[in-house]
Each structure stands twice: as structure tokens, then as C-alpha cells.
Design a protein around this ligand. Structure first.
Ligand code: MRU
Length: 348
């Protein structure tokens, strides 16, 4: 079964660590049906592209259990499962792993073709997705750590660690691997306003893994640190990478890429290949989630901006592929030209 910091799957209940409460409280929220799972994704109890994907897969399995018990036939069940898929899909629009996982689950369901045993088969597939994610992240870590030399300072953004995945992490997984290999590295973690994934979650993980020379910096400090020669590389995760190599990731990623380019610092993106969406040609086509204005006007539950002010709160931005030095995946490191090399590594 699955038992990690991020999620525990036991007796048909998905227990998710409430990432809204970290680092102050470590509480698990039990989700017993697909609607609760959808709410957990929407409310960001769970977040991070690969974690959202695996969570949705468990939601799909929970939905199947509920729908199978009331289905009069296979066709009736398949029809009912459309509601489950829609409910889970209508939670967060940007991370493609959500849609990737739902598609994989639906394909397994359709291939299975009969009611008897379908619930168990879908549970197995959700567990497979979660287990594979851990192995994939470790492979990303091994591939990416080769780029980190002893003594380097690495700057990262948002949270891309265990909490953003089923376990281990992508960009933070690369940093972890380098650390586990005994390389002495220094880490700058952007606080990542407005939701503070860096200050709250990445900082919590860095302490947990004993990466001692770690610092939280506010987002607007990154450029100055680069100018002073204090940053050797930037490594971030991704919510969606499209056919030409453009990258959607947490808001602020684009600014970092521009700054890295200005200072001749390599800018790496680490992700599982399930984050690659070949159906979109360029980053302009990626849907960008707009979130609640309160996340900007409030900090730690306290109002910091005056009542009545208008707010913009895009949760993600898009970095053009020209600004990306390389894309680190479980299958290897992809260098430009991306259009060609992404397809090559995927065999498509
Ligand atoms: O809004 P979030 O916290 O779900 O956004 C997370 C990110 O942008 C991560 O960088 C991305 O999902 C990669 S996580 C391995």
C-alpha cells in the first residue's frame, strides 16, 4: 500500500497531510469518497503536479467503488464514471498530471470491460501510479544530481519535494540526491509569494533532510543574489511542459528564468515525463489558474492590503523554452532543440 508523508492509502481511505497547515501542524485529512478527494485538490490540502495526479487516481478508484455498487450494467457504470472524472478534472486546470492520471485510469477501466473485479483493478492502478511516481522521482534525482558539483549554490522556487509528489520530489529530489551523494551544497529557497510554498514547505523539508546550509529568501532577493555571484544554478519543477519545451510552473518562475539568463546562470527544470503535454504546441495554450484574491491581500490569515483594492493572482506563469538550459526527466536530461529531443526521449 502507499504510506508516505504526503499520502497514505489504507482501507479505502486516502489520508492527505494538510499542506495548508504545514509547517506549524502535521494533520492528516481522511478522504473517503471522490468528492472529498476533489475538494482536497481544489482547496490545496494536497498540491504539486505529481501529487495531484496520484491523488486524482485514488479519487477515481473511490468513485468506481461507489458507482459500481449502484450500477445496473457495465454501460451504466461507464456513464456514471464520467461524473467522477469531470468532478476530479474540474479542480485545478494547469498541472497536466491531473488529466494524465485520469486518462490512464479511464483507459484501464475501458480495457477491463466488465463490472466483476473493476473496482480492485482500478485500486491497483492508482497504487501503481503512486508507486511509480516514487521510483520516477528517484531517477530524476540521479539524472539531475550529475549537474550539481560539490560546493555549488542552488536556487529553487515553490515546493517540489516529497510534498509535491507521492514521495522524494522532482527539483528538490535532485537537490536531495546531490546531498545524499555527499556533495556539499548550499540551497536558496524562494519563499514563493503569495502561497508561500517555499517558506512553509520547502524550508520544512530542507530541515527534515538535514541539508544544513539552506536559506529562505524572499522572491525579490533572487536577482541580487545572482548579481553578487552567489547562485550557481536554478532548478525548478513544472506543472506542464509542452511540445516546444515551454514550461508552466509556479508564478515567479519566469522572473527567475529571465534573471538567470541575464546573469549567465543555468536554469534547469525537473519533471516526470507525465508532466509533458504534446497536445499543446506552445506555452500560450496552457490554461493558467487564477486563484482567490485573498491569497494576495492576506498573509498568514491576516489582511495586509486595504479592503477594496483590486488584485491579480495568477498561480502559474510560462517560461519560454529559450530560457531553459535543460529539462531533467526520469528518462534522461533533454537539451535543446526541445521540439525534436522531447519527442526522441518519449519515443513519439
Ligand atoms: O500551486 P501548487 O503548489 O500546486 O504549485 C506547485 C508547483 O508549481 C510546482 O513547482 C510543480 O507542481 C512541480 S512539483 C514537483
Amino acid at each position: 500500500m502507499i504510506d508516505t508523508i504526503t499520502m497514505k492509502w489504507k482501507d479505502w481511505t486516502l489520508h492527505l497531510i494538510d499542506q495548508r497547515k504545514l509547517p506549524l501542524e502535521e494533520i492528516y485529512v481522511p478522504c473517503k469518497n471522490y468528492e472529498e478527494v476533489a475538494q482536497a485538490i481544489k482547496k490545496m490540502i494536497v498540491r504539486g503536479a505529481p501529487a495531484i495526479g496520484a491523488t486524482a487516481a485514488f479519487g477515481y478508484a473511490l468513485g468506481a467503488k461507489e458507482m459500481a455498487s449502484g450500477a445496473s450494467s457495465w454501460n451504466d457504470f461507464v456513464e456514471k464514471m464520467k461524473v467522477v472524472r469531470e468532478t476530479l478534472a474540474n479542480t485545478r486546470p494547469t498541472a497536466v498530471n491531473l488529466f494524465w492520471a485520469l486518462e490512464r485510469m479511464e483507459k484501464v477501466m475501458k480495457n477491463f470491460g466488465r463490472l466483476d473485479g473493476i473496482v480492485e483493478r482500478l485500486e491497483k492502478e492508482a497504487v501503481n501510479i503512486a508507486q511509480e511516481d516514487i521510483e520516477i522521482n528517484k531517477a530524476i534525482g540521479r539524472n539531475g544530481a550529475k549537474l550539481i558539483k560539490d560546493g555549488m549554490t542552488v536556487l529553487t522556487h515553490c515546493n517540489t519535494g516529497s510534498l509535491a509528489t507521492v514521495d522524494y520530489g522532482t527539483a528538490l529530489g535532485v537537490i536531495r540526491t546531490a546531498h545524499e551523494q555527499g556533495k556539499k551544497i548550499r540551497v536558496f529557497a524562494d519563499e514563493t509569494r503569495p502561497y508561500l510554498q517555499g517558506a512553509r514547505l520547502t524550508a520544512w523539508e530542507l530541515l527534515k533532510y538535514g541539508i544544513e546550509d539552506s536559506y529562505v529568501i524572499s522572491d525579490n532577493m533572487a536577482g541580487w543574489m545572482m548579481k553578487k555571484g552567489e547562485v550557481d544554478m536554478v532548478i525548478v519543477g513544472a506543472d506542464r511542459v509542452v511540445a516546444n519545451g515551454d514550461v508552466a510552473n509556479k508564478i515567479g518562475t519566469y522572473s527567475l528564468a529571465v534573471l538567470a539568463n541575464r546573469h549567465n546562470i543555468p536554469f534547469y527544470v525537473a519533471l516526470p515525463t507525465s508532466t509533458i503535454d504534446l497536445s499543446l504546441k506552445s506555452g500560450d495554450e496552457i490554461p493558467i489558474e487564477e486563484r482567490n484574491p485573498d491569497e494576495v491581500t492576506h498573509c498568514g490569515g491576516k489582511r495586509i492590503a486595504p479592503e477594496g483594492i483590486k488584485v491579480k493572482n495568477p498561480a502559474f506563469d510560462v517560461t519560454e523554452h529559450e530560457l531553459v538550459s535543460a529539462i531533467i526527466t526520469e528518462k534522461g536530461v533533454i537539451y535543446p532543440p526541445y521540439e525534436e529531443n522531447i519527442r526522441k526521449i518519449l519515443g513519439k
